[in-house]
Design a protein around this ligand. Structure first.
Ligand code: GDP
Length: 641
């Protein structure tokens, strides 16, 4: 039934392998598991699907081993978890001495004659699953329902059932401030007891809903309290500032678009007077350089405080204060257990959620860290908190540095060599900053000596073409043809409103090819991720024009909503594409990063879910407010207390 079972070291040495009769070679699926899960810090779940196979795995962090079993995903093998646990235990026990005494050499030179043991364990596991299979139904008298019925009858007569009284109290607690805090926690404690007694199944739907709501509010209140820590004034002053367009002419003449077939050429878009300093933002920057995202990380003192705070419980437990208490937090050569880590992980999870990381992802991340650390022998003078924190920090940096790096300048030069324009399509919902960031990217490309054709393919939103026209004018004013050897560095290609966007993009690309433009930036209409006809149109635009880069623009401001948008855009592009191998999103432009203070969780959630790199980060409303992602800066902001 199994396709394979393999045991290898984290260093990549295969120690032992069982190959099923019909199964495919283990190499490709195991390599995929290593690449997509183990190296990408996505180990929260111990199962992985590769083509027709399901892979389950277990890590032994003490001896740095990985146990992987593979079987056809259409099979439901209930014994696999038990098998993997049993094999892990037996293999460890059998070769423990070899690993402990010889270390890495033990792995290299060891002979692992494990076939008989494995076959025995496999047989046992299969047998145990067969024995458990038929479950005899309980009689009514045996079931808890019979007891409940009697109880209910007694309670409803004299007084209201406890559960209902409690729920009412909670409803009323909205008005009563003192009860508001106490009630949910009492309720959840009582509920825990109920579920422990196995009565949970008897709760009505409403009661379960109410219970979940209370649990949710309780958690949120906790997270809220933590995030409400006072901030320095300088930070408070940050936030969204209204945009002031000194060229944002409300003059009807300028907005009159009846004379449209201009293609945004320099002559048709006369350069207007405006304050270049304001449009540029930072005057002291190096032209053409895409700066890394900066972040002032916390000072060491604050970090220390976190470590000490979280090791406090161990101090209290032992009843030893001062130096001894501190030493108790040091685990020395002890190997880490789940119980050691759980309180720290719980805190980390709440912290991540408070920083806007999607709750589900925060849980998976902590689970992945736990799996990676469980059984690991800690160094002397290290606390559990600092070990967990460091592992989490490493995992976060890893997530933000996805496998595929997008180097736009290199790719543009490559396209230049092939005498064709490099095409980038921008997509996303309305108002996230597509046009603004498209203009910033144009500016950056121009400063790097590349000419840009902007294709106005948002033929839907009133003012979209005019917005791009204004940007084109400004960019031309900042980089007039005179400073580029008579060459017009940016032009707008537009055909007005209501026309087919895919067709306009196609015309723009061929226009750019004929006119020798280096880059075509295609602006598309904002659309909601659930709007099927508009998503089909976008999939068509992308399929027909085969851009080099499809960028999803999402704002950091909305946090988890941006994750939902990204996932649905990606899925919609796959579902609505006519091609066999659909073109999906290649990278992310994360905008409005300047408005979120240190709640940078959306960056983690977006890259974790899709493995897409964040190619650009928008940090304001001037042309210079464009950055590349600096994983360490984001992680520092995320870990900041
Ligand atoms: P579109 O509908 O997606 O094309 O969005 P726009 O480009 O019209 O931008 C919507 C609003 O977001 C405008 O007011 C922009 O100035 C603003 N905006 C865009 N990017 C950023 C950014 O990185 N930071 C801030 N603070 N505002 C931004």
């Amino acid at each position: 039934m199994l396709d394979f079972f393999t045991i290898f070291s984290k260093g990549g040495l295969v120690l032992w392998c069982f190959q099923g009769v019909r199964g495919p070679a283990a190499t490709a699926p195991v390599n995929a598991l290593i690449r997509s899960v183990l190296l990408q810090e996505r180990g929260g779940n111990n199962s992985f699907t590769h083509e027709a196979l399901t892979l389950k795995y277990k890590l032994d962090n003490q001896f740095e081993l990985v146990f992987v079993v593979g079987f056809q995903k259409i099979l439901t093998l209930t014994y696999v978890d038990k098998l993997i646990d049993d094999v892990h235990k037996e293999f460890r026990d059998k070769y423990r001495n070899e690993f402990q005494q010889k270390g890495a050499l033990g792995l290299l030179n060891g002979t692992f004659d494990f076939k008989d043991d494995f076959m025995r364990l496999l047989r046992d596991a299969e047998e145990s699953s067969k024995v458990q299979a038929p479950t005899v139904m309980k009689t009514f008298e045996q079931s808890l329902k019979s007891q409940k019925t009697v109880k209910c009858m007694i309670e409803t007569r004299g007084e209201k059932p406890k559960e209902k009284v409690k729920n009412k109290k909670n409803k009323g607690s909205k008005k009563d401030g003192t009860e508001a805090v106490a009630a949910p926690s009492k309720a959840s404690a009582a509920d825990k007891q109920l579920s422990a007694a196995g009565v949970k199944e008897e709760l009505t739907k409403d009661e379960i809903l109410q219970k979940n709501r209370e649990e949710f509010f309780r958690r949120h209140m906790k997270a809220g309290e933590k995030s409400r820590s006072p901030k320095p004034d300088a930070q408070k002053e940050k936030g969204k500032k209204p945009r002031v367009w000194d060229l944002g002419n409300s003059n009807a003449k300028v907005l009159d678009y009846s004379n449209s077939a201009t293609n945004g050429s320099a002559e048709a878009c006369p350069v207007e007077e405006f304050d270049p300093d304001m449009a540029l933002g930072d005057k002291n920057r190096e032209p053409g350089r895409l700066y890394d995202l900066e972040y002032e990380s916390d000072d060491e003192a604050e970090e220390e405080k976190v470590v000490q705070n979280s090791s406090k419980p161990s101090v209290k437990k032992g009843g030893l204060g001062g130096m001894f208490g501190m030493l108790k937090g040091l685990v020395g050569s002890k190997s880490l257990t789940r119980d050691d880590m759980d309180p720290v992980l719980e805190k980390m999870k709440d912290h991540l959620i408070a920083k806007n990381v999607a709750a589900e992802i925060a849980v998976q991340l902590c689970e992945s860290v736990a799996k990676k650390l469980e059984g690991k022998v800690m160094g002397t003078f290290t606390t559990v908190t600092s070990t967990v924190k460091q592992a989490l920090q490493e995992a976060l940096v890893q997530i933000l540095q996805p496998q595929r790096r997008v180097d736009v300048l290199r790719d543009v030069m490559d396209a230049q060599r092939h005498r064709r324009p490099y095409v980038v399509t921008f997509c996303g919902v309305n108002g996230v900053g597509k046009s603004t960031n498209l203009a910033k990217i144009s500016f950056w490309l121009i400063e790097n000596g590349f000419s840009v054709l902007i294709a106005a393919c948002d033929t839907f939103r009133a003012g979209a073409v005019e917005q791009l026209r204004t940007h084109t004018r400004r960019l031309n004013a900042l980089h007039p043809p005179e400073s580029h050897g008579g060459r017009t560095m940016v032009q707008l290609y537009e055909k007005g409103y209501g026309k087919d966007a895919a067709g306009i993009a196609m015309e723009a690309i061929s226009y750019a090819r004929n006119q020798g433009f280096d880059v075509v930036l295609v602006d598309t209409a904002g659309r909601m991720q659930d709007n099927a006809p508009l998503m089909t149109a976008l999939a068509k635009l992308i399929a027909v024009n085969a851009p080099d880069l499809v960028l999803f623009v999402g704002e950091a401001l909305v946090g988890n909503e941006a994750v939902d948008q990204l996932v649905k855009f990606n899925k919609a592009l796959a579902d609505h594409s006519m091609a066999q191998t659909p073109r999906l999103i290649d990278g992310i432009v994360l905008t409005k990063f300047d408005t979120i203070d240190d709640k940078v969780g959306a960056a983690i959630s977006m890259t974790y879910i899709t493995s897409k790199p964040i190619v650009f980060v928008g940090t304001g409303q001037t042309y210079c407010d464009l950055r590349s992602l600096n994983a360490k800066a984001v992680v520092a902001a995320l870990m900041k207390a």
